[in-house]
Design a protein around this ligand. Structure first.
Ligand code: PAF
Length: 295
């Protein structure tokens, strides 16, 4: 059972079951307090802590979850190797002012017998899950939609905060929350970057020093691409130039460089004619980096 509400820096209470989570959140609700929620897969960095900071501006109490969600990893991906550092994560969350860590087991989240899946769009309906990351990692958005739905049902927050680094994930979640009439406000927070502009990611720890040097070129190439596209250049030409520049910088493979509207739909006339986003996924060694930027 978990009941404490810590001050920043204190040990953070941890709920490991839905029942314990609901007991704490229910007590806050009875006091009339609003709830903010930050879902994560742990191995926290300053980008995650910025989500907590944002949630604290939007709600009286903030719950963060740490759950490495197996349903969003394909069999060949890094589920087993994904960094797990719960004690450190709890310390960082407490320092950031978070009030409760929700860290369920896989069995708590996916009990035997559960068969329900969530699909946010398909080949017939289209939608933001059908392209880019959805094409490169077909299992990803179904797994994200399932766990985010379950987490939102479990926590029942007023506001849930996500990073814009996963721009397409945010678009899929916004679509799902709208389509399913889920009573929660979704807030996006701009990407946190290191001093060289590299988007912070729990997977950056996989990069060797030489790969890190290459990774740090990504942000500048995206920025140049955004400027060219905003200046009226052909989208197809600018995307191809960016992919060549990334390969020349040392990336081993480019899954995509794409300039889209914020909801991931294409610019029909081949040139940017309103707000847009340049998005990329590029591979270095065994590490796949994603990033995006406003156009
Ligand atoms: O962005 C992430 O860390 C994950 O995809 C999320 C939203 C926590 C779901 O597992």
């Amino acid at each position: 059972m978990v009941t404490e509400t810590p001050s920043p820096g204190d040990d953070l209470p941890i709920a490991r079951t839905i029942a314990d989570l609901r007991a704490v959140v229910g007590a806050w609700r009875r006091q009339g307090l609003s709830i903010g929620f930050v879902p994560t897969m742990g191995a926290l960095h300053d980008g995650h802590l910025a989500l907590v900071t944002e949630a604290l501006t939007q709600a009286d109490r903030v719950v963060a979850s740490v759950f490495v969600n197996p349903t969003q990893f394909a069999a060949h991906e890094d589920l087993g190797a994904y960094p797990r550092r719960e004690a450190r994560d709890a310390e960082l969350l407490a320092g950031a002012g978070c009030h409760l860590l929700y860290a369920p087991s896989v069995e708590e989240m996916y009990p035997a017998g559960a068969v329900t899946r969530i699909t946010v769009g398909d080949a017939a309906t289209g939608g933001p899950s059908q392209t880019l990351e959805g094409a490169a990692r077909p299992q990803m958005f179904g797994g994200v939609a399932l766990v985010v739905t379950k987490l939102l049902n479990q926590v029942q927050p007023d506001v849930a905060v996500f990073g814009e680094k996963d721009w397409q994930q945010l678009a899929v979640i916004r679509r799902m929350v709208t389509d399913l009439d889920m009573p929660v406000q979704i807030v996006g927070v701009p990407t946190a970057r290191d001093g060289h502009g590299l988007a912070l990611s729990s997977r950056n720890g996989y990069l060797s020093e030489p790969d890190l040097e290459v990774a740090r070129r990504l942000n500048g190439i995206l920025a140049e691409t955004a400027i060219k596209a905003a200046g009226g250049a052909s989208i197809v030409a600018v995307e191809a130039e960016a992919a060549s520049a990334l390969l020349a910088a040392g990336f081993a493979r480019i899954d995509y460089v794409a300039i889209r509207r914020p909801d991931l739909s294409p610019f029909e006339n081949g040139r940017v004619d309103g707000p847009g986003r340049v998005l990329t996924a590029a591979v270095l060694g065994t590490t796949r980096l994603i990033d995006n930027m406003a156009v």
